[in-house]
Design a protein around this ligand. Sequence first.
Ligand code: NCD
Ligand code: ZN
Length: 362
Amino acid sequence: MPTAEPNTTADNAPNRGAGNLTIREPDDWHLHLRDDAMLAHIVDFTARQFARAIVMPNLVPPVTTIAAAEAYRDRILGALSPGRRFTPLMTAYLTDEIDAGEIGSGYERGVFTACKLYPAGATTNSAAGVTDVAKIGSVLERIQKIGMPLLVHGEVVSPDIDIFDREARFLETVLAPLLRDFPALKVVLEHITTAESVDFVQAAGPTVAATITPHHLRIDRNALFEGGMRPHAYCLPVAKRRHHRTALRQAAISGNPKFFLGTDSAPHLKQDKESACSCAGIFCAPAALESYALTFDEEGALDRLEGFASEFGPRFYGLPLNEGTVTLRREAFTVPETFTRDDISVVPFHAGETLAWRCADR
Ligand code: NCD
Ligand code: ZN
């Protein structure tokens, strides 16, 4: 793997005009599945392409206990269409008051796969997050000892710091000191958006990795203002200047196992996105793998997609690789403008665009 049809990527050049691409089944290492009717509406978009996903715990109230994670996992499995095979990997939401014992035993019992650090106020449903990492020292000590990954939303929250600088500032003021104090901690810097994060992760030890979304590989900050304000291009961390996008693309296609796939698909109701105070989050699940394929193809790196999508993540997490395959076909795929069910309407990333790749259902 990957296997390609005769006219394709055998010698890695040129990929344009290539036929189908079959890769090992991928996983999504950062995903928001929401709950209730929204969950039921969206979960199949992910299960169609990905065998497993790391499910973010930022519900209201957040997932902070073993019992809450088990109940949420059951609701996710219950929301899948009949016959879908999909494994949600649950995470614990860290708060100032979180109990290290609950987190540790949740991991040891196989309920939690990782825990998630949201700096309080950094993003959607992060109000209950951590106000100061000094407050969760006992949790960090415990998870370092047992090898439980810490997933990090890497932005400082101070209103004095420009929103485009918040990720870079986090590296200096929070993450670097944290890694000095806990040098063996397994850390995933989630949805990176800057060249500084690429450099930081590359320079760090093997226990530090990063996920990259499909949208941050395609948009830069101009997308937010293209002909008017574009709320569907708004997510956190916000897209940065073009040279950051270039650095992210280079990291994604580099074959460096520290960089792997995490969509950060984060649906919000259409009316909540198209409002005077638009919610942060891009719903990229409906064309996630297609979007990554488009980017890797543009970069002449389709042969690197499988490592990024299907191998580096499970290896970092110490989980087995998936056994099955998915096939991407080079055929026109027009992404719908909206997905509507009853009173729930969501607008996907690439809405209305025709992409050159289509992923057959798993
Ligand atoms: C996410 C959400 O909506 O839950 N939003 C986003 O912009 N990415 C939260 C997050 O991952 O920051
Ligand atoms: Zn997210």
